[in-house]
Every structure is written in C-alpha cells, then in structure tokens.
Design a protein around this ligand. Structure first.
Ligand code: GDP
Length: 478
C-alpha cells in the first residue's frame, strides 16, 4: 500500500498486484533511496546461494595452481541409433573388469570409471552410462556441463546418419572435443574410410588428412580397438583440456541419475566436479537435501569418500533430484535444508505463474460458461490517440447481456510493450493492437505467458472480434 502511494505521487497509477516495468522500479528505488537490481531467473540461484555465503564462481577463481590436481576426463558416448553406443559402453566396461575381482560384478549407477595405461601411467576415464545426446542436452539445459569429451559412434557399414550430425552439433555447440569411434568394422561391407571422408564435411578431419580429430576403428561386438579408443580419449584430453580440480574442499558436482529405491529411499548418482564428498556430509542437490548416509561406487562397493570426476551413488537425500541438478556440500545441515526450501519456493512460484490461466478471445466464452470469468479485460494500444479513443468508444457500445462485462483496463499510444504483456498476465487480459506491432521482448513474453495479442488495422474488424468473443461466436484462429 505504501509503495502504491509513493507511485501515485510519482504519477504512476498502479495497483498492489500490478507488474511494473524496470524503469518504474528504478524510479521507485531512487525516490526511496534504494539501489534497484533487476535479477534474471538465471541469476536467481546464484543470488540464492550468495545469501548463504556461497559463491561458486568466486571459489573457482580463487583457486591457485597449488590447489589444483589432475582429474580424469568425463566422457559421453553419442551417435545414431543402432550404431552401437550401448554395446560400446559395455565393451569398454567389460574390458576393464579385472578377472576374479569381487566376481567381476558391476553395478549400474549411471556412470563408471575405467583405467587405461597411458605413457607408463595408469589413468582413469569416467564414462556417463546413458548414451545419446538427449541426456547430454537435458543436463546442459540445466546449466550443467558434465562432459569433457564426446565419443561419436558411427557404424562403418552405415556411415553418417541424421542423429550422427545432431550429436556432433550438440557436442560442438557445447565446445566439447570429439573422438570418433568407427564401429562395426568387423562387418561385411564396413567402410571406415568413407566415415572419415564423410565427417570432414562437418569439420571433423582425421589426423591422417592433416586434421586434429582422432578416429579409431573399433568393433564393440568383437571388442577390438577398445584400448586404442581409450588412448585416443586420453591423448585428446592432454592435447587441449585443462582437467584440474581442487580436491581439498567441500564437494561440488552434478546429479546424473536418481531414483526412488524401495528399501533405500532416494538414491542419486552424483559426479563430483571438485572437492571431496564424504559419508556424513550435508548435501543439497536441486531441491533435495540430506546427509550422505552411504556411498556406493560403480562396482557396488561402499566407499567413504569420492574425489573429482568420480561417480558415486549417494543415499540419504530427502527426495529425488533431477538429472543435471547441481549439488553442493554445506558446512551445516541446516544450510542445505534452507537452500532446498528456498529453491522449492522459487520453483513453486514459477509453476504457479505458468499454470495461471491466461485468456484468449477464443476461449473467453468457454471460461464464461464454466464460471471462471465474468469480465473480459482488454488492453488497447494504437498508433495515434484518436484511434485508441475511437476504438475504446466503439467497444464500450457493444451490446452485451448482463452476465458479462467488458473492461478496458489500460490503453495507450505506441507499440505493444513488455509491460503491456505483464499487465495482461496479471489481469488475464487480451491485448488489442491497432496499427502497431509488439517489440520482440513483448512478443517473446506473450508467447511464454500465453497472452493473446491481436492486431488490426480496421477498427470494425477489432470490434467484430470482441463482439463475437463476448457472444461466444468467435472461431478459433489458426
Ligand atoms: P545403440 O542404439 O547405438 O545403443 O546400438 P546398440 O549398442 O544397441 O547396437 C545396435 C545393434 O548393433 C545391436 O544388435 C548390436 O549387437 C550391434 N552391434 C553393435 N556393435 C557392433 C559391432 O561392432 N559389430 C557388429 N557386427 N554389430 C554390432
């Protein structure tokens, strides 16, 4: 209420539930002596964490060379369907199970590590066990960059296919170097040279042709070429990636797979990106939180701690996080819980906003019949004030029965702006634009919020549409 009064004195007529544009906020802030900071949703989580004195970017910046040690590369296998991704992941893992070791039992937790001798050293490589670029992209959409190197599987008897291109586009967009596994070389009609030649067109040029992409012929079925492929991954990592992380801090990473287990509750596989995760740590992953009760590695063995690039399955979370949710360890249990709760509140609000029913002229009558609305709210924008007034006047003259009401909640001269759309969002209004267009931001926002904006350059057409809508006669527009 106080803010509305201040706004009133500033010449801004606003109600308590109205959305204001950035300029108005600035004005309000200046009047009251506050500095206004507009926060985008992307920045929201960063801000949220900063409220708990956690600044992940700053943390990385502050790390010195002494803090950092080598970590193993994290690899995703991508490629066209049936080109052998799953087989290859099995072959890689199978080749690495040491005979007699715990009966050679492996456990599927969503990622695994293998070891490869490279230049006299035993080096680990972490594989994400869900093949395909869908998971890769879903995680990226959450802001999680998990993969260091992509193995692009191409069947030598089939050559490049649509999903081959899709996968390489995704990897390239994410700036992830690619190693090509030319698979099924055991097959009759396999033509590995053709695969090399085809991929040059997409910027993947083999070293034999003077490029810098490694191609390795493999057979996931016969399990040949696997060691060479792992070598190629390590060479590619050493050639261009700075794979270092600080193991001596609270763990930070990403949840890559999670589910509800009948006996154990929520179990989540997390990939540690920096720091060390220990049993007993307070952890928050997305909106799930808890204390690490137990950790299991990819061999099904209990472990007490896990360092960078190591995948472990964690028990003890309050709920199931989503793949791609980032996780952090906090000093206190309470902090983890509070972060989770705040994120939950943010998500709930976002969902409510989405679920809020927006109105279009077409479904006004339906909403009316269902008792959901009784008033059609309109916002009128026009190129000249005369037109806006004429339109408003004519609209108010439409004869309607007394079960419905027509209200012009806002009118103005000029294009349809984001603030018009905001207003339409809050009051479930339809926007009528007369001889004007929306600006790109307004258009985008309207699409996102489901706001109906209609454009006319003949007053009569606008009146007819509104009239038909009020009488439930408007045909849906396609
Ligand atoms: P994905 O869809 O890419 O995961 O492909 P899969 O791993 O399921 O393999 C598809 C089919 O190709 C299966 O029938 C495999 O047995 C077969 N396959 C995979 N790798 C090879 C290979 O190296 N040689 C031969 N001959 N067949 C293979």
């Amino acid at each position: 209420g106080d803010l509305v009064t201040v706004l009133f004195h500033l010449g801004e007529m606003a109600t308590a539930t109205e959305s204001l544009d950035e300029a108005t906020f600035e004005l309000l802030g200046a009047e009251l002596g506050y500095r206004i900071q507009i926060v985008s949703p992307e920045d929201e989580d960063k801000e949220l964490l900063e409220g708990f004195d956690i600044d992940l970017e700053q943390e990385l910046e502050d790390e010195t060379d002494e803090d950092l040690v080598y970590r193993s590369p994290v690899v995703t296998v991508m490629g066209h369907v049936d080109h052998g991704k799953t087989r290859l992941l099995d072959a890689i893992r199978g080749a690495n199970v040491i005979e007699g070791e715990a009966g050679g039992i492996t456990q599927h937790i969503g990622a695994y590590q293998v070891w490869q001798e490279h230049e006299g050293e035993d080096r680990a490589i972490t594989f994400i066990d869900t093949p395909g670029h869908e998971a890769f992209t879903a995680m990226r959409a959450r802001g999680a960059q998990v993969t260091d190197i992509a193995i692009l599987v191409v069947a030598a008897d089939d050559g490049i296919m649509p999903q081959t291109i899709e996968a390489l586009n995704h990897a390239q967009a994410a700036n992830v170097p690619i190693v090509v596994a030319v698979n099924k070389v055991d097959k009759e009609g396999a033509n590995p040279a053709k695969v090399r030649q085809q991929l040059t067109e997409y910027g993947l040029v083999t070293e034999e042709y003077g490029g810098d992409t490694m191609f390795v012929d493999v057979s996931a079925l016969a399990r040949t070429g696997i060691e060479e492929l792992l070598e190629a991954v390590l060479l590619t990592a050493d050639a261009g990636l700075d794979l270092r992380a600080n193991p001596n801090k609270e763990a930070r990473g990403v949840a890559i797979e999670a589910r509800l287990d009948k006996g154990r509750g929520a179990v989540a596989t997390v990939l540690i990106q920096s720091g060390t995760l220990r049993v007993g740590d307070a952890i928050v992953a997305g909106t799930a939180y808890g204390r690490v009760r137990a950790m299991v590695d990819d061999r099904g063995e209990l472990v007490h701690e896990a360092g960078p690039s190591m995948p472990v399955q964690v028990q003890g979370l309050s709920s199931v996080p989503r793949a791609g949710d980032s996780f952090i360890v906090t000093e206190e249990d309470r902090t983890a819980r509070q972060i989770a709760e705040k994120r939950e509140a943010v998500e709930r609000n976002a969902q409510l906003a989405k679920a809020r029913k927006r109105l279009s002229l077409e479904d006004f009558k339906l909403a009316l019949e269902q008792g959901k609305v009784e008033t059609l709210n309109l916002i009128i924008k026009g190129d000249v004030s005369g037109a806006v007034e004429a339109l408003e006047e004519s609209l108010m003259k439409i004869e309607i029965d007394d079960t419905v009401d027509l209200r012009i909640i806002h009118r103005g001269v000029g294009g349809v702006t984001e603030s018009d759309v905001n207003l339409a969002t809050v009051d479930s209004a339809v926007i009528i634009g007369f001889n004007v267009r929306p600006d790109p931001k307004a258009r985008e926002r309207a699409a996102r919020e489901g706001v109906d904006i209609r454009f006319y350059n003949v007053i009569y057409a606008a009146i007819e549409d509104v009239e038909n809508s009020l009488k439930g006669m408007l045909k849906p527009e396609f």
